[in-house]
Ligand binder design. Structure first.
Ligand code: XMP
Length: 326
């Protein structure tokens, strides 16, 4: 019978055999796969591992704290956070094309991560040690999709900003290669990871950067972050997390409409709610969220987020609509 304890014991033994006494680097994204693969490697080799978290400024409210505080408290992993928000924002200035945004975010991510890698390699060298391994949260479906090769970074380029540099300098440690997502979650829970991370809905690598239709700016990110936090909190409070695969919250930054708030006329931006139900994100249907829940979300967002005067619901299935707006 499949049992998370056995998988953990087996993987810990394998990782120890592979890694020996060398040092290991891992990238944490806030997502389930990197959180669980990193925790497994930490379980196996402790402080030989350093985890790197790149804060690109496109995260949702509370995500950085979740990694820095809750994840570190749960695992004891040694974490280095790279503050790269300014660099990412500067690189994204003036850019509105979605694919261009993805390219820029991917490129900047690799740059930031490689700098952290170089620092860790230098630090290890100063202590007479060597960094030889890089952890990757590749799952079984990723292996199948990419043709099953071993030893190099088999990451769908579109699907992961975590798509790490194909760094031949390091050998990969991939403790999730035989597992499916629900198994990975079970292992994460067994390892005591925070439910907010283990149960997290899929969130795109480019983050909020592809949920602002228009140019990405610091102010717009702040608006979207607040609206997204409200929508997430209310959907969770209504018990809908099991039914909803994910719910992009999108800021139409270049659209303005007239509204009336308090005793004044406003000229604000719409927020789109895109709750979808799906098995694998290949196809999806819009989730029939109860009207009362939608009303609550709409009231709260328009009351609490000054720049937003309208909340609209996306009722398109996939196909023809994609899950994300960009
Ligand atoms: P679409 O919008 O194509 O999304 O229906 C399908 C799934 O993929 C996610 N997605 C991304 N994930 N980098 C990612 O890591 C991306 O550039 C990206 N674009 C879309 C999306 O959130 C959904 O789960």
């Amino acid at each position: 019978d499949w049992n998370p304890d056995n998988v953990i014991a087996e993987q810990v033994a394998r990782i120890r055999a592979q890694v020996g006494s060398a040092r290991v680097i891992s990238a944490l994204s806030g997502g389930v796969d990197s959180a669980v693969s990193t925790a497994l490697v930490h379980e196996a080799v402790g402080d030989q591992l350093t985890a790197v978290f790149v804060d690109h400024g496109l995260l949702r409210k509370g995500e950085r704290e979740q990694v820095q505080e809750d994840y570190v408290a749960a695992t004891g992993v040694r974490l280095v956070t790279v503050d790269a928000a300014d660099t990412f924002l500067a690189a994204l200035a003036g850019v509105t094309d979605p694919e261009e945004k993805r390219k820029i975010i991917g490129r900047e991510f690799i740059r930031a991560f490689e700098q952290a890698e170089r620092d860790l390699v230098a630090e290890a060298a100063a202590e007479g040690e060597k960094v030889k391994f890089l952890v990757q949260g590749t799952l079984y479906p990723d292996v199948v999709e990419s043709g099953g090769g071993t030893g190099t970074a088999n990451i769908k380029s579109h699907h992961n900003v975590g798509g790490l540099p194909e760094d031949l300098q390091f050998e990969l440690v991939e403790p999730l290669r035989t597992l499916f997502k629900d198994e990975v979650r079970a292992i994460g829970r067994e390892l005591g990871l925070p439910e907010a991370i283990v149960g997290r809905q899929p969130f795109p690598g480019p983050g909020l950067g592809i949920r602002i239709v228009g140019e990405v700016t610091r102010d717009r990110l702040e608006v979207l972050r607040e609206a997204d936090a409200i929508a997430r909190a209310e959907l969770t409070a209504a018990g809908l997390d099991g039914e909803i695969w994910q719910c992009p919250v999108v800021l139409l930054a270049d659209v303005r409409s007239v509204g009336v708030q308090g005793d004044g006329r406003t000229y604000g931006h719409p927020i789109v709610l895109r709750p979808v139900s799906s098995e694998d994100a290949m196809t999806a249907d819009w989730t029939r969220v109860p009207y009362e829940v939608l009303a609550k979300i709409s009231n709260r967002i328009t009351n609490e987020v000054r720049e937003v005067n309208r909340v609209v619901l996306d009722v398109t299935s996939k196909p023809p609509g994609t899950i994300e707006w960009e």
